[in-house]
Design a protein around this ligand. Sequence first.
Ligand code: 5CA
Length: 425
Amino acid sequence: MKETPTEAQIASHRLMLRAGMIRQSSAGIYSWLPMGFRVLRNIEQIVREEQDRAGAQEMLMPTIQSAELWRKSGRYDDYGKEMLRIIDRGERELLYGPTNEELITDIFASSVRSYRDLPKNLYHIQWKFRDEIRPRFGVMRGREFLMKDAYSFDLEKEGAEQSYLKMFVAYLRTFARLGLRAVPVQADPGAIGGNMSHEFHILADTGESDLYFDAAFEEYTAEQMLKADFGMVKDLRGLYAAADEKHDAANCPVPDGQLRQRKGIEVGHIFYFGTKYSAPMGAAVTSSTGEQVNVEMGSYGIGVSRLVGAIIEASHDEKGIIWPESVAPWKAALINLRYGDAECTAAADGLYEKFQNAGVATLYDDRDERPGVKFADADLIGIPWHVTVGPRGVKAGVVEFKNRATGETVEITPEAALNRLAVKA
Ligand code: 5CA
């Protein structure tokens, strides 16, 4: 888009619309256009790799669920207007899933019988629907949104705590790989219920939560987070962090100079809720002594589509988006400066083929447009590296190689550009 869309109130929403990543189809419901979809996929893949690494197994449950299951847990009425209810042609009551505790517990109950099959952690990455009163900020608070939700099953409380810690570690690693600094905050379990819960927040002025936390959080680097283990989780949990509902200025243990107050975007939420669902839904296994034991459960959510907006909130400037390399829709933008110049176009075409052969995800700007338009668009859509082929450079045997984040530009040979991109895999 050339103009700034007036309906968008925050930078990420404006930039996603201007860059052509999404298109609203109705309130809080979006189509993902090619570039937006590539980013969504990249985020999803990092989330998936870290779940798999933590020992969770991927599956796929449907978006449509039966009301009957939700009556068993008692949440059908509790959920209220946020739940989209559907009646099929046989007058059966269905709903578009806002979350999956009931369905997964039912699947577990009908397939797992013995303590020997535990522990188990199952997850899926699937669209959810919540009929939010005020969908806003684009994909940040949508009605239809993509969530990763994992569910752990253990025989005993101690095991369930281990499962919780494993997910905690996976979350620290996931957000670090996404180029984000996430603060884990002790939280209220809310509608999911239970006795232990943490939210993971990205710090951004446009966040919807007010956070208060120990400045020591700011000292953790992405490299450290990538090496997260149970010990680090213990350290982090020992640091004060609370959202405003829980923060009590009079009794806060952190001295004023050490306390930070910032807005946060909730990108993940984990819960331990014991037998809240397994008991009413009959999810029990036989223990080693032959008793029937209701399994101990937890659930672990990540807002995959919200993350697209959250990453932009955390990483943009006045020119546009600055993608972290791990999620960028393409690693390189190859800009042919003079479309009408046969020599220049031949050089750019040749380089594009080399980039492709080297496996460098490249967006080739071969439009018949002015250089200024091309540079501005490459900046707007935030591709990490810009390689510009112009008539003068072709004669001198060089291309312009620009780092989007720093703006630093160097003239190097096309081979050197290719090497730099191919190495930084
Ligand atoms: N069943 C649990 C965990 S699997 C659950 O549903 N948790 S949740 O309600 O906290 O949602 C998990 C994550 O989904 C949130 O942390 C948030 O990042 C994302 N999310 C929730 N509501 C929305 C929404 N309306 N739009 C975009 N993302 C959302």
